[in-house]
Design a protein around this ligand. Structure first.
Ligand code: SF4
Ligand code: SF4
Length: 437
C-alpha cells in the first residue's frame, strides 16, 4: 500500500524561480489524455509535446531537473495559446492556466533575450499598457496612418510583404475617435430608478481601439437600471503581463485596480472583455503571498462580473426592437474556460426579438487570437483561424458574435480572409442595437 510519504515525495529541485510551477499543481495531471482533442495546437500539429499532457510532462521534467530550460522546451511553451480549453476537458481538475503562466514566468526570468526584445518588452509591459498618454500617442499615430490613406499606400507598395509583415499588419485594429479616455472619471446615471451601482473596467488598449464597445456597454447597463462609474484611477488589468510571464508587473497593476475600486461601495465591478475578466477574477491568486493585499484581492474578486453573466442575472429590460438576423456565437476562451461562462451570452442573444442563434461546431475552441499570440505565432494562429472560419461558414450566419475584443479582431481578419465580410460584434453591441433601434 502506498504511504502518504511515497505519494507526496518531493521531486521539484530546490532553488527554482518563486513563480515556477509547483509540484502540487503538476501532480494533479494523471496523464489520461482526455484533454488532447480539446487542444487547438494538438489538433493542428498532432504532436504530443504540443498537447496539454505533453506540456505538463515537459514541465515535470524541468521541475525534476531531468531537462534544462532549453530552446525546445521554450518553443513548446511558446506555442501554447493559453486558451485553457484543456481545463474544461480535464476530469482531474488540472489548473492548466496557472501552470502555463508559472512556466512562462520562470522562462521569462531565465531565457536569453536580444537587446531589441528586452527593450520592446520593457516598453510594452513596463510602460505602454499602463500609461494613458503613451496609449493615446500610439492611438493618434495609428489614426493618422489609417485616416490619411498612408496605410493603403504602404500596403500597395508591397513593402510589408518584403518585410514578412503583411499578415500581421492585417490584424491592426482601427484606431477609434474619440477615445474612451475622455469618459474616465465620469458617472453615468441609471435609466429609471437605480437598481445597482457598478464600476466599469475600461481596459487599456480598449480605450483606443474599442471605445464604441465601451460606450455601448455603458448604455446597456444604464438601460438595465445601473448607475455606471468609470473610475479614473483604474488601469490595465495586467492580463497580457501575466500571460507573458511578467507577473510582478501584473501584480503592480492589480494593486492599483484594487485600490481604485474595491472600497467604492459597488454592487459589482464589470468587465466586457473575457480575457481581462479571467485575470481580474484571479487577482486573489496573483496576490496570495502579499499579506497587505490578499484580503483586498479576495473582496475584489468577489465583486468581479463579466458583463454577460451580470446582465443575465438581472431582470433584463426587454424593451427592444427586433433585429432580423441569423447569428453565430464564438466563445471567448477565457470567458468559457477561465470564467466558465458559456450560457449567459447565449441567453442574452436569444432574448433579442428577431434573432436566430445558430451554433457553429466547436464554438468553444480558440480562434487563434489569444492575446498577442496571433502576432508572435502568426503562422499557427492563421491556421487555427482558417479551421475556425470553416466552422463559422457552415452556419450561414449573417453576423458573428463574441465577448472579447481580441477574438473580434481575429474574427474580423478571418472574415476578410476566409469569410464573407460579415459584421463581427460583441454581445452588448447587439443588445445596444436592439435598445436603440
Ligand atoms: S491535463 Fe487533465 S485531461 Fe489532460 S492528461 Fe492531465 S489529467 Fe488528463
Ligand atoms: S491552453 Fe489551449 S493550446 Fe495550451 S495546452 Fe491547453 S488547450 Fe492546448
Amino acid at each position: 500500500m502506498s504511504t502518504e510519504t511515497e505519494t507526496t515525495a518531493q521531486y521539484v529541485k530546490p532553488g527554482r524561480h518563486a513563480d515556477a510551477p509547483t509540484q502540487k499543481d503538476l501532480d494533479r495531471c494523471v496523464h489520461c489524455g482526455l484533454c488532447l482533442n480539446a487542444c487547438p495546437t494538438y489538433r493542428e500539429l498532432g504532436v504530443e509535446m504540443d498537447s496539454p499532457r505533453g506540456r505538463i510532462y515537459q514541465m515535470v521534467q524541468v521541475a525534476t531537473g531531468q531537462v534544462p530550460l532549453n530552446p525546445v522546451y521554450t518553443e513548446h511553451m511558446d506555442l501554447c495559446l493559453g486558451c485553457r480549453a484543456c481545463e474544461t476537458a480535464c476530469p482531474s481538475g488540472v489548473e492548466y492556466g496557472k501552470l502555463i503562466e508559472a512556466a512562462r514566468t520562470e522562462l521569462n526570468a531565465t531565457r536569453p533575450k536580444s537587446f531589441f526584445r528586452r527593450t520592446l518588452e520593457g516598453v510594452v509591459f513596463g510602460h505602454l499598457l499602463g500609461s494613458r498618454w503613451m496609449l493615446s500617442m500610439v492611438g493618434s499615430s495609428l489614426w493618422l496612418y489609417q485616416a490619411t490613406g498612408l496605410q493603403s499606400l504602404v500596403r500597395a507598395t508591397g513593402i510589408l510583404k518584403l518585410l514578412g509583415l503583411a499578415e500581421i499588419e492585417k490584424l491592426t485594429p482601427v484606431s477609434e475617435r474619440p477615445t474612451f479616455f475622455g469618459q474616465l472619471g465620469k458617472v453615468f446615471p441609471a435609466e429609471g430608478a437605480p437598481k445597482k451601482k457598478v464600476a466599469l473596467l475600461a481596459g487599456c488598449m480598449q480605450n483606443v481601439f474599442f471605445a464604441r464597445l465601451n460606450e455601448a456597454t455603458v448604455r446597456v447597463l444604464q438601460k438595465n437600471g445601473c448607475e455606471v462609474h468609470v473610475v479614473a484611477e483604474q488601469t490595465c488589468c495586467g492580463a497580457l503581463h501575466a500571460h507573458s510571464g511578467f507577473r510582478d508587473e501584473a501584480r503592480a497593476l492589480a494593486r492599483q485596480n484594487i485600490d481604485a475600486m474595491v472600497d467604492g461601495g459597488f454592487d459589482a465591478i464589470i468587465s466586457n472583455t473575457g480575457g481581462c475578466g479571467a485575470t481580474l477574477k484571479e487577482y486573489d491568486h496573483l496576490l496570495e503571498h502579499d499579506a497587505a493585499y490578499a484580503p483586498r484581492a479576495q473582496r475584489f474578486v468577489g465583486l468581479m462580473r463579466d458583463v454577460n453573466e451580470f446582465l443575465a442575472s438581472l431582470d433584463l429590460n426587454l424593451n427592444m426592437k427586433p433585429i432580423q438576423a441569423r447569428v453565430t456565437y464564438q466563445d471567448s476562451c477565457h470567458l468559457a474556460h477561465g470564467q466558465k461562462v458559456t450560457k449567459a451570452p447565449r441567453q442574452l442573444i436569444a432574448r433579442i426579438p428577431g434573432i436566430t442563434l445558430v451554433e457553429m461546431p466547436n464554438a468553444s475552441i480558440c480562434c487563434g487570437s489569444a492575446g498577442i499570440y496571433n502576432v508572435v505565432q502568426n503562422e499557427l494562429a492563421m491556421e487555427i483561424l482558417s479551421s475556425k472560419m470553416g466552422n463559422v461558414n457552415l452556419t450561414k450566419a449573417d453576423r458573428v458574435i463574441s465577448s472579447n475584443p481580441g477574438c473580434m479582431l481575429q474574427l474580423r481578419a478571418g472574415e476578410k480572409l476566409h469569410g464573407q465580410n460579415r459584421p463581427v460584434q460583441h454581445v452588448v453591441e447587439l443588445l445596444d442595437e436592439a435598445y436603440r433601434a
